[in-house]
Write a protein that binds this ligand. Structure first.
Ligand SMILES: Cc1ncc(COP(=O)(O)O)c(C=O)c1O
Length: 450
């Protein structure tokens, strides 16, 4: 076959750095254990799995023969629905022209990092894809440190320190990204937290991207604040992103959006995004946009669906949180989304005795020895050599604990959602019970280490 060498001269330096996501690695480990006949409870995947609301499914089916490209900015009906929904939520008029639709919010974030100037301030820990996206755009990341002790909030000193570090290391921090409720921590900002962040951004002329993909899954009235509410949205350099994937369990349909403020900054960034989109993804899928226009409606039936989704995620996620706390782990009470982010650092001595000194080793030990799959904190930016608790943090997602199969999702799903709001009815979630049991056994094993 000649002397052809596949290793050289094919990929760019940038492409050579790309890695498959950590979630896939966890999946592989889970499958390997399953092939050996070992049961593993799957807390590794953050994919919402509730049944899709019936009229949303019907709209998708009905639109399945629409095959034309839609406008780059999105279907007007959908932009109107998003604008109306967000006007009500943000208590401020959003015009449909301020909304851009895309195949998921992920490509929108990717494009924003590509077109905006400057380096990025990112809370530690943060969702797995931000850092690779930022590095891909030849930007630097400056981490804003957080801690479970104060529910991973961003303080004035932590954000100022990150900014100063960025400047002193020759960087140019001009962008900050926040995600509330957060993947991976499940934490969400209070109005006071938001005031600190927006004042900081104003002081240093920083563009604030607010990833609000989990914003509708909020458990606490005091922790659902956004920098984009009220007339202040139009005062500064802020961009809101969101989508269909989490609240509506329709990640695979690929619909996301960005909302730009009604000012010169917003117009400028929006036209750059549209030009980018026109050369990159053209438009999101037509049937999915038709369905999303129904999903984002402020109709009573969609309001009911959203409230049921919140109630079910809240009950399941808080049940897992309570169990973790009872096991003696360091964990902050989740305020939204479907994640719990415990640190095993109260068992540092036992973990070290087992030779476990990184979050990845901890995650492998839990899968292989205890049948619990969770993602290591290191994939969210945690520094195994930094703060002592950081190397023992894991993200546990509750989104796979509801149904054992796709068929069950639709056989039992609507009833489970309907019952969730009535807190007197016990939740019959076998996978949740199995997870709690497996975690208790794992902690029991640690306690038994001399
Ligand atoms: C924090 C966060 N932002 C954005 C996304 C991307 O969502 P999508 O591209 O499906 O809209 C995800 C998905 O996992 C996420 O967890």
């Amino acid at each position: 076959m000649g002397s052809y060498n596949a290793d050289s001269g094919i990929l760019t330096a940038l492409a050579s750095q790309l890695r498959l996501s950590a979630t896939l690695e966890i999946n592989e480990l889970v499958h390997r254990q399953a092939a050996k006949g070992h049961k593993v409870v799957h807390l590794g995947f953050g994919e919402a799995t509730f049944p899709i609301q019936q009229s949303v499914i019907a709209a998708h089916r009905q639109a399945s023969d629409i095959t034309s490209y839609l406008p780059v900015a999105g279907l007007m009906k959908l932009r109107e629905a998003v604008a109306e929904f967000q006007s009500r939520r943000l208590n401020h008029k959003i015009h449909p022209r301020q909304v851009v639709i895309a195949p998921g919010s992920k490509p929108l974030l990717f494009a924003l990092f590509d077109i905006l100037q400057g380096d990025v301030l990112l809370p530690r820990p943060s969702w797995v894809s931000y850092e690779p996206q930022i590095l891909h755009a030849s930007k630097r990341v400056f981490w804003v440190e957080t801690d479970e002790v104060d529910r991973h909030t961003i303080t004035e000193s932590s954000v100022e320190m990150a900014f100063e570090r960025g400047v002193s290391e020759g960087g140019n921090p001009r962008i900050m990204l926040i995600n509330s409720p957060s993947n991976p921590t499940g934490q969400a900002f209070s109005q006071q937290d938001i005031d600190i962040i927006t004042a900081f951004c104003r002081r240093h002329n920083i563009t604030l991207i607010s990833d609000e993909i989990y914003a509708d899954i909020s458990f606490s009235e005091n922790h659902g604040a956004t920098p984009c509410s009220g007339s202040q949205f139009d005062d500064g350099q802020k961009i809101l992103t969101g989508g269909l994937s989490k609240t509506y369990s329709a990640g695979g349909w690929r619909v996301g959006y960005a909302i730009f403020p009604n000012n010169g900054f917003g117009e400028k960034v929006q036209s750059a995004i549209l030009a980018y989109a026109s050369e990159c993804w053209s438009a999101a899928s037509a049937p999915a946009q038709e369905a999303a226009a129904v999903a984002f409606a402020t109709s009573p039936e969609m309001d009911l669906y959203r409230s049921q989704v919140v109630a079910l995620h809240k009950r399941c996620t808080l049940a897992l949180y309570n169990a973790l706390r009872e096991c003696g782990l360091a964990v902050a009470e989740p305020k939204g989304a479907f994640y719990v982010y415990p640190s095993f650092h109260p068992y540092t001595q036992q973990l070290e005795a087992l030779g476990i000194v990184t979050s990845q080793q901890l995650s492998h030990w839990l899968i292989e020895e205890c049948g619990v799959a969770a993602l290591p904190g290191s994939v969210f930016g945690e520094d195994d050599n930094g703060f002592i608790g950081g190397r023992y943090r894991l993200r546990m997602a509750t989104s796979y604990l509801y149904f054992q199969s796709h068929a069950e999702r639709y056989e039992r799903g609507y009833e489970t959602l309907a019952l969730a709001s009535d807190t007197r009815t016990p939740l019959a979630l076998q996978l949740l019970d199995e997870s709690i049991l497996a975690i208790r056994k794992a902690v029991g094993k640690l306690r038994a280490v001399a």
